[in-house]
Design a protein around this ligand. Sequence first.
Ligand code: SAH
Length: 224
Amino acid sequence: MHKKRIYADNWRHRGLRKALIDDLRQKAQFDERILQVMENIPRHYFLDDAFEEWAYKDTAFRIEADQTISQPYTVAFQTQLLDVKAEDKILEVGTGSGYQACVLYKLGAKVYSIERQEKLFHKTEALLKILGCNKIRTYLGDGYAGLPRYAPFQKVIVTAGATEIPKALIDQLDAPGIMVIPLGSGDSQKMIRLIKAKDGSIRKETHGDFRFVPLLKGVVKDNT
Ligand code: SAH
């Protein structure tokens, strides 16, 4: 069980968040809809409260089970590449803190998100409920296999670095559909956008270098 935490989003948090969003606005031409959603989500809820001050810096941060909450810039970047439309059914591989899932949900998408670390999975599931994101469907499992029961997905987003594009995810992508996945074997990955056309043909684009924790196989049980 986790300690009970009191969640508060005060003027100071909101001020810091606005500054963070202004920073992102300077860095790239992000869709204002995405920035507005991010401005309204209390990102500090997704970090342990001792590290609150880190929530509004444009940086990734360590969370439970040696995993990370993605950098705000990266969240905005991947979200933009996905070209989210209201009612899109989106599969996210790597729920982590739940922050990226929350952004997609607030953009009006139907979000299905898989996490392989059981401890993190339970913690995040509880947080998403507190945030009123209880319509996000979260699953404990190996994202390599996707969620065939709920396929096809109009969008697929992978938030861990992959060495190959899992075939199951390509198969579960709708036609037309878009997948965004960081790909590479070293400690840096290229952001790949895979576009499946109506006729099923596939085209890939490359969108710069990023650093993610690795996409790993199997599920890690919580033994605590
Ligand atoms: N989207 C997250 C980023 C989390 S970091 C956020 O916004 O915070 C990537 C996450 O992917 C980690 O939690 C890691 O445990 C998870 N992960 C890695 N390989 C996975 C797999 N095969 N299936 C599901 N989750 C995986």
